[in-house]
Design a binder for this molecule. Structure first.
Ligand code: GDP
Ligand code: IMO
Ligand code: MG
Length: 427
């Protein structure tokens, strides 16, 4: 069987965690392929909300194998917190969670370097989650990193000290006032906990699963517009968040990729700095933030809000090869008299219907069409036939523009508030 991929098409927080949890019963394996604890994936069921940062969102479903792939960067401190919370929920981690030996480890000085680098950037800061993501991926590509498999080596402490000392030298040059002592205790507690987990050569495990006809879902983190290559550079994260990232982050050949589920909100949000052409800095933006409860799942920061951006969405669909769209948070738009959708950008007097090289330094003016809003509360709807006409029109309009079917429409944060518009034939 092939590997299906589920990823965000905007600037993250599209609702990936919720939909992975919804789709998991149709799979045997769920695998995270990139990012780290900068992610915050929220799931809601039976009145309880769970936020996962490193662990795949299939973890709450019984009998499913969850893999943290080689493309992920792991902070033992965050991982321990997540596992402690899951143990309280009686989730049998040892039976269901597997970690790639090739995943890289975030050490405390990575976090300090992240903070130092952001503070040096001043006004130009990226608005990083400060989880040490950038410095850890830098050590990976710089060939200095520490990997999960190193924990099994008798030389682990030496390797850790070597990397730490390298960082301390750098931090010294940055004149950054660090307090490492408080961070190292929890780090080594996390490492001790990790020693009790299942480490695997995940690329072998996943390819064997493919050969033995297991259904696999690859879970992305962040969003395509935060991709290191294709996002709004330099205001991006440090990994490939796109479909290709599932190949490198799990060791899956491109020919094994099946469906690509692209998730987007019915509007747009962004947390952190960087360009956001359709951002609303007015009362409407505030209304969206309030209605959508748009505050970060990892940092609690208010998310910037704006209307849906079609040039950006088309771009994401193109680079990911999206086969099915999933529209989230449709309920949040209830009550708006009209809804705007950006169809083009105007840059230097030119009208563009695609994402150009530079939206960071150029002034981008969004050109909108306006569609009628709907007043009906969607949160109790269980069947598409009960959609208000205006929502049905919104969906039809988007499918025509984007040329990809919207297979699922989400009408609330709970597992159950999910409407399938067509049968998803998995694999
Ligand atoms: P992720 O990072 O892509 O997994 O998304 P986050 O968990 O960071 O953010 C999505 C937020 O929207 C979470 O608080 C979810 O509980 C919530 N959510 C997901 N789907 C819906 C929906 O259809 N409607 C509403 N109102 N909230 C939703
Ligand atoms: P999920 O998986 C939204 C943003 C940060 C910052 C930039 C770089 O929950 O969708 P980093 O910590 O990677 O150095 O931050 O990327 N960012 C996210 N925004 N959702 C996320 O993850 C994000 N992960 C990183 O706010 O602008
Ligand atoms: Mg999130």
């Amino acid at each position: 069987m092939s590997v299906d991929v589920l990823l965000g098409l905007q600037w993250g927080d599209e609702g990936k965690g919720k939909i992975v949890d919804v789709l998991t019963p149709e799979y045997n394996v769920v695998a995270r392929f990139q990012g780290g604890p900068n992610a915050g994936h929220t799931l809601e069921f039976e009145g309880i909300k769970h936020v996962l940062h490193t662990i795949p969102s299939g973890i709450f479903r019984k009998g499913i194998t969850n893999i943290v792939g080689n493309g992920v960067v792991i902070d033992p401190v965050t991982l321990k917190k997540e596992i402690d919370a899951l143990k309280k929920m009686n989730v049998d981690i040892n039976a269901t969670l597997y970690i790639s030996r090739k995943a890289h480890i975030i050490i405390p000085t990575h976090r300090l370097l992240d903070a130092a680098s952001e503070s040096l950037k001043g006004k130009e800061k990226i608005g990083s989650t400060l989880r040490g993501i950038g410095p850890t991926y830098m050590d990976k590509t710089g060939r200095n990193g520490l990997r999960v498999g190193d924990i099994e080596s008798s030389d682990f402490l030496n390797r850790y000290e070597k990397l730490k000392n390298k960082h301390l030298q750098l931090l010294g040059q940055m004149e950054f006032d660090q307090d490492l002592s408080q961070l190292e205790g929890p780090f080594f507690e996390g490492i001790e906990l990790m020693r009790t987990l299942n480490f695997i050569d995940s690329e072998h495990f996943i390819n064997k699963s493919i050969q033995s006809n297991k259904a696999i879902l690859a879970e992305g983190a962040q969003g395509s517009l935060l991709d290191i290559d294709f996002g709004s550079y330099p205001f991006v994260t440090s990994s490939n968040t796109i479909t290709a990232g599932a190949c490198t982050g799990l060791g899956v050949a491109p020919k094994h990729i099946g469906k690509v589920f692209g998730i987007f909100k019915a509007y747009c949000t962004r947390v952190g700095s960087g360009p956001f052409p359709t951002e609303l800095s007015d009362a409407t933006g505030e209304e969206l933030r309030k209605a959508g409860n748009e505050f970060g799942a990892t940092t609690g920061r208010p998310r910037r809000c704006g209307w849906l951006d079609l040039p950006a969405l088309k771009y994401s669909i193109m680079i990911n090869g999206v086969t099915d769209l999933i529209m989230m948070k449709s309920d949040v738009l209830s009550g708006f008299k009209s809804i705007k959708v950006c169809t083009h950008y105007e840059i230097n007097g030119e009208k563009l219907d695609y994402m150009p090289f530079d939206i960071v330094n150029e002034t981008v003016t969004p050109i909108y069409i306006e569609l009628p809003g709907w007043q009906k509360d969607l949160t109790g709807i269980v069947n598409e036939k009960d959609f208000p006409d205006e929502l049905a029109r919104y969906i039809t309009y988007l499918e025509k523009e984007l040329n990809v079917p919207i297979s699922i429409v989400s009408v609330g944060p709970d597992r159950k508030q999910t409407i399938r518009r067509m049968d998803l034939v998995i694999n």
